[in-house]
Design a protein around this ligand. Structure first.
Ligand SMILES: [Zn+2]
Length: 425
């Protein structure tokens, strides 16, 4: 049975850090004589935190730098496994052996998402609000029911609103003795995570895993044929989840092929606008499909809870309150749909950037494998036609489009500008 860190692809250094920290955390729990008073453990933990904060370099087990702290940030590019790492570490903290053995109930329930002392926050909309964060911080302060740690995992901590960030900061500054916060963010840049929160956290940087490592896990864990795994891993550019979808989901493959057909189709202004529309509409359709089921289920659940269709006395009053709740739900769902659209569009742009990167490396004669092996010939033709400079300008146009959308430019406008730039070169 592989341990909880087995799926952290190509992240040897980070795994080493987390293993040492889990061992240190287990030592903290073992330290006091078995008694109900946890204070000695807290003191020891605080001492470890202080030593770690003092900037001790990671060292062998027993080194203070290897110790445990109350707040962590997992950083890395999308798909590098930030949330996988956070969850694995949470399992190791809850593991009966303190190792993340993968077999004990603590490991099992954490990995399955059912451990009572592990809370996972996944923002569904564009940001995590202050109300959600306050409730979370409050619950996280309670004594762990399993006697080990209260663990809070915040995926996409870069989507915290400022007020939510402040609520979190207070908890991180004065952490309850048995509470551990695990934040996931693209980087420690102040745009992603506030400087004050960053200063309270230990950072675990994850790197973009090499394609071979991604392919290996697809074969071992998901039973995907080696040749398909190798192709998908390269095409997904180090994004493990995306690689698995490409290997398994024919629709995902079809969407990718449509995106990669764009460069050949840009034959004029009209074609550029058509391509922009097609890209936007494909992202909308993909997003709609991904949220439709959850939307319907939530609405049905809320209507049931509100007793929709009731005719008794008081039903009218209940309905007036219900209208407000339905409105709230619709607002949340709209926000989630917008996020899903942006994510779908961003995936398409990453694929497109991969194509122009292939053209650029070809034009430069760089000895690197293409991202998209199936469009390598088209990229090569592009390289001959555009030269390195033209390929670079086009790659930059795609990256500029991503940046513009991230900065809240209306997607259609950003994509149209990009398509025109790709056509004109
Ligand atoms: Zn275990």
């Amino acid at each position: 049975m592989p341990d909880v860190f087995a799926d952290l692809v190509g992240q040897g250094e980070a795994v080493e850090t987390l293993r040492r920290a889990a061992a240190a955390a287990a030592a903290v729990l073992r330290a006091p004589a078995a008694g109900p008073v946890p204070d000695p453990a807290d003191d020891e933990l605080d001492a470890l935190v202080e030593e770690a904060d003092a900037g001790a370099a990671p060292g062998p087990a027993g080194d203070p730098g290897a110790g445990m702290t109350h707040a962590w940030i997992f950083t890395g590019p999308p798909g590098s496994g930030r949330s996988v790492a956070a969850r694995a570490f949470a399992a190791a903290l809850q593991c009966a052996y303190g190792t993340g053995c993968g077999e004990c109930p603590g490991c099992h329930t954490t990995m399955a998402g059912t451990h009572a002392d592990v809370r996972l926050v996944v923002p569904e909309g564009l940001s995590i609000g202050v109300g959600e964060m306050r409730a979370l911080v409050l619950r996280a302060a309670s004594t762990p029911s399993g006697g080990r740690w209260q663990v809070v995992i915040i995926e996409d901590a870069d989507r915290l609103t400022e007020a939510a960030g402040n609520a979190l900061l207070k908890a991180v500054e004065e952490p309850p003795p048995r509470t551990v916060f695990l934040l996931c963010a693209p980087s420690t840049h102040p745009d992603d995570i506030s400087v004050t929160i960053r200063s309270r956290c230990r950072v675990v940087p994850l790197r973009q895993p090499p394609a071979e490592a991604v392919a290996e896990v697809l074969v071992r864990r998901d039973g995907i044929a080696p040749d398909v795994a190798a192709w998908a891993a390269a095409a997904a550019q180090g994004h493990v989840g995306r690689a698995r979808r490409l290997a398994r989901d024919p629709e995902a493959r079809g969407r990718r092929e449509a995106v990669l057909a764009v460069p050949r189709r840009l034959t004029g202004v009209g074609a550029a606008f058509d391509a922009a529309s097609a890209l936007i509409e494909a992202a909308e359709a993909e997003a709609e499909a991904s949220v439709a089921e959850a939307d319907a289920a939530e609405r049905a659940a809320l209507e049931t809870a509100l007793g929709a269709g009731g005719t008794g006395r008081g039903a009218a009053g209940a309905l007036r309150g219900a209208a407000g709740q339905l409105k709230d739900l619709e607002k949340r769902q709209k926000s989630r749909a917008t996020r899903a659209q942006r994510d779908a569009l961003d995936r398409a742009l990453v694929d497109l950037a991969g194509f122009y990167r292939d053209a650029l490396t070809k034009a430069l004669g760089a000895p690197v494998a293409p991202v998209h092996t199936d469009t390598a010939a088209v990229a090569e033709a592009g390289a001959r036609k555009w030269d390195a400079e033209g390929a670079l300008r086009r790659l930059e146009a795609v990256l500029a489009c991503r940046a513009a959308i991230e900065a809240n430019v209306k997607p259609r406008i950003a994509v149209e500008a990009m398509m025109l730039a790709l056509w004109k070169g």
